[in-house]
Design a binder for this molecule. Structure first.
Ligand code: ASP
Length: 438
């Protein structure tokens, strides 16, 4: 039988009725043997996630202020879940332990992790499954760096000895036993680590959307869902902000060749998005998988005659940005020009120093700065083998009356990145979607 690791996010576990849906999903497929749970998320748009309540509770505690109101709210969230599920779970005793332990483990991580800890214990009880505390088998070193080999070994051994188990997401422990959390949204990482440790055939990541969309739904009306996407394409689209999975969740499963399926708890019959290293040959895909973009870039264009004959000009230019702690995002070049595209937020405070150093060290003929740029990536591995893709992109933008301010095609021909004025951003995405995907 195949093994599936299923991770459920905060909105999938926000209250008892959501948890019931999750239990039905788990029971519908006996291959779902290892379940990773988040803390209860928002039940409605201005609700507060339990993890956020825990962080505010912690900050009151750390200031020496009264925190019992917030703790009472957290307790009430769980008490509602427990009574509606009709299970026998002593939340008062758990909260007492947490308050007691909090004094022993001053950093915020301990308290923040209790959202997933309690939720997972409740779900384990509802399912009649074993609960495996992530603190016992997900390890960080003394500097707080995740320890993959030690974790995969310990967690794999622990879980494979059980027919099925629920594991809390988001945290693990340090060598001295203290709890350490991943960054926010880190239950995705735990899910990936569990899938890797048990050698799962599939990592299902259940959330509140039916997978990734091929464009931003705030700009394009009902964009097509993405059924299949490779890890490489996902990286390109996530970089531009189209994110469905925590960035650090990709590595453990990607390196082990385990595909990830993003599914919707509120619409479990939808196939969602399958993320894999390669797409099965019989699947017919559009050459363009998705379009995504971001505003807030600046381009620093440096011109110097005979630049192409000078060895090391580009290296010295990029070194100036590196020295000032400003990473470059793109770097399109011409014969006598080179542009460095950077995030405006990183560049603006270093602007004067960088410009002075460029003038002093490289003596350019001209430096031109273009601000308010938006970058749009048209992404798809299928574009490599289809002629005329770039022509289609540029025609679509020309017909929409958009002035293209930068072009950068990644060397792997996986994407075409276009820089446009921020004011043309939405118009460009719409035009590109209509031409390349619709
Ligand atoms: N509960 C944690 C957070 O809100 C982790 C997670 O849900 O993935 O960031």
């Amino acid at each position: 039988m195949r093994t599936i690791t299923a991770k459920f996010g905060g909105t999938s576990l926000a209250d008892a009725s959501q948890i019931r849906k999750v239990a039905d999903i788990i029971k519908a497929n006996p291959e779902r043997k290892y379940v990773v749970a988040s803390a209860p998320g928002k039940r409605f748009s201005d609700d507060i996630k339990v993890t956020d309540l825990l962080y505010s509770c912690y900050s009151e505690f750390a200031k020496g202020s009264e925190y019992s109101d917030i703790l009472a709210k957290i307790k009430a969230r769980y008490a509602d879940i427990i009574s509606e599920l009709g299970i026998n779970f002593d939340i008062s005793a758990e909260i007492e332990t947490i308050e007691y332990e909090l004094r022993k483990y001053p950093p915020a991580d301990y308290l923040a992790s209790r959202g997933e800890y309690l939720n997972s214990k409740i779900i384990a009880q509802l399912l009649g499954w074993a609960f495996v505390d992530a603190a016992e088998a997900i390890f960080f070193d003394e500097n707080g760096i995740f320890e993959p080999a030690k974790t995969y070994q310990a967690l794999g051994e622990k879980l494979k000895a059980l027919p099925c188990a629920v594991i809390p997401g988001f945290y693990g422990s340090m060598p001295d036993g203290r709890i350490k959390t991943f960054s926010r949204g880190g239950s995705d990482i735990t899910g990936s680590i569990v899938a890797r440790s048990v050698g799962a055939d599939l990592y299902e990541n259940w959330t509140d959307v039916s997978g990734m969309l091929s464009a931003d739904p705030r700009i394009v009306d009902k964009p097509k869902p993405i059924e299949y996407i490779t890890y490489t394409e996902l990286r390109e689209l996530s970089y531009m902000g189209a994110s469905v999975l925590h960035e650090d969740a990709v590595f453990p499963v990607r390196t082990a060749g385990i595909p990830v399926n993003i599914r919707n708890t509120n619409s479990p019959d939808d196939n969602g998005t399958l993320i894999a290293a390669s797409i099965p040959h019989d699947v017919k895909r559009n050459p363009v998988t998705g379009i995504a973009g971001r505003k807030g870039f600046s381009s620093i264009r440096v011109e110097k005659s005979q630049m192409n004959g000078q060895t090391g000009f580009g290296a010295r230019l990029l070194h100036i940005f590196a020295r000032n702690g400003v990473p470059f995002e793109h770097c399109p070049t011409g014969i006598d020009t080179i542009s460095v595209v950077v995030n405006s937020s990183a560049f603006d405070s270093k602007r004067d120093d960088i410009l002075r150093e460029i003038k002093n060290e490289l003596s350019p003929d001209f430096i031109t700065i273009e601000k308010n740029l938006a970058a749009i990536a048209v992404v798809g591995e299928g574009m490599i083998s289809v002629k005329g893709m770039a022509a289609k992109v540029f025609t679509a933008l020309a017909e929409a009356g958009v002035n293209i301010r930068m072009i950068d095609q990644g060397s792997d021909e996986l994407n075409i990145i276009i820089g446009v004025d921020e004011s043309d951003y939405e118009k460009s995405i719409k035009a590109l979607y209509a031409a390349m995907i619709q």
